[in-house]
Design a protein around this ligand. Structure first.
Ligand code: SF4
Ligand code: SF4
Length: 288
């Protein structure tokens, strides 16, 4: 069972939910926590893992041998990302734009393009309170998050339950991080901004064919339009977390909700049971 914990916008309490869900399940199952929010990973702040491994993530970028090139321009024509350009008798490469797809080297008629690795980030892993932990850290200024996310997703394969903390938003890194999940929990808050971004996130997961449910965080903060939207769209609200100073204090201090308020553990276990029922009703997701 792979559960994505996502949100249309940042700051809704996604990591609060993901870490407490993992901690609640860890006593009874083999659990992995994968922090795929590689631009701003913070699951480690709450889970405090003992990190034991580290691996650089690289993508292959083109290197052109001038003595073989005839400046035909085919590499520039095939590149969908404008990461290589032919200007007269010069070939310029822009490694920051390159997606490492290999098309230019494959199609170069002169065999003038070789590939060299460019580091985009690292993946670190270890263990936290019986939870198998991994997170990715994208290099500062780097735009290519999906390769780092893919490496993070290679971890936790022998777990019964994997909780993935997904980047906020609805862009490419989100799609890569959610891909292969059995269920997506969408964490939102009852405000106009929260509702707008929730609707975008729902459209994304529906397009991907992944069942979803909502966690309403900071309930009591805004209006009731989010509940009305969920009713209209037939999306179950699986957990409600109130606007509470004590919960905010725990979060600000880097303490997981179920660690600071153990009575929440039962609520997260019930949340998981409800997710399992919804996944069983759908027959599960077979893509990984
Ligand atoms: S496709 Fe190969 S030969 Fe043609 S311009 Fe690019 S590097 Fe040079
Ligand atoms: S590897 Fe792909 S993305 Fe990178 S320069 Fe070549 S064609 Fe463009």
């Amino acid at each position: 069972m792979i559960i994505a914990v996502a949100s249309g916008k940042g700051g809704t309490g996604k990591t609060l939910v993901a870490t407490s869900l993992a901690l609640s399940l860890a006593g009874e199952h083999r659990v992995s926590f994968l922090d795929c929010d590689v631009e701003e990973p913070n699951g480690h702040v709450f889970l405090k893992p003992n990190l034991t491994g580290r691996e650089a993530v690289t993508i292959p970028v083109p290197k052109v041998a001038d003595d073989k090139c005839n400046y035909c321009g085919k590499c520039a024509q095939v590149c969908a990302y404008n990461a290589i350009a032919v200007l007269g008798d010069h070939v310029m490469t822009f490694p920051q734009l390159c997606h490492g797809c290999g098309a230019c080297s494959y199609l170069c008629p002169k065999g003038a393009i070789s590939e060299e690795p460019r580091e985009t980030g690292v993946v670190e892993w270890g263990e936290a309170d019986g939870i198998s932990f991994a997170h990715g850290v994208l290099n500062v200024g780097e735009a290519m998050a999906p390769p780092v996310i893919r490496k993070v997703k290679e971890h936790g394969r022998d777990s019964e339950i994997t909780v993935r903390d997904i980047p906020p938003g609805t862009s490419c890194p989100v799609v890569e991080a959610i891909k292969g999940c059995d269920f997506c929990l969408l964490v939102t808050e009852p405000t106009p901004f929260g509702l707008n971004d929730l609707a975008l996130a729902v459209a994304t997961v529906r397009e991907m064919g992944i069942p979803c449910g909502v966690v309403l965080n900071r309930a009591g903060l805004g209006d009731t339009k989010t509940e009305a939207y969920c009713r209209r769209e037939k999306i179950p609200i699986l957990l409600t977390i109130p606007l509470d100073t004590e919960i905010a204090r725990l979060y600000a201090g880097g303490t997981a909700l179920v660690a600071g308020m153990p009575r929440w553990r039962d609520k997260f276990l019930k949340l998981f049971e409800r997710i399992r029922e919804l996944v069983d009703e759908r027959g599960g997701n077979t893509q990984r």
